[in-house]
Design a protein. Structure first.
Length: 58
């Protein structure tokens, strides 16, 4: 699979190949991506809390 095609699939510009097999390793990869995305959102919320909300109470 080419890099441009893969990026187009990620950005929903091109439909995914229905004949592509779904393996257990793909499920693991998607799970790790979800975990990292959730950790990123939590870290951003903590930074916003520390920089914006805490100074308002001091």
């Amino acid at each position: 699979m080419g890099i441009l095609r893969q990026l187009a699939e990620y950005l929903y510009l091109k439909k995914k190949d229905p004949d592509q097999p779904r393996t257990q390793w793909m499920k693991y990869m998607h799970g790790m991506n979800r975990i990292s995305l959730i950790m990123f959102v939590v870290a951003v919320l903590i930074i916003i809390f520390k920089l914006v909300i805490l100074p308002l109470f001091r």
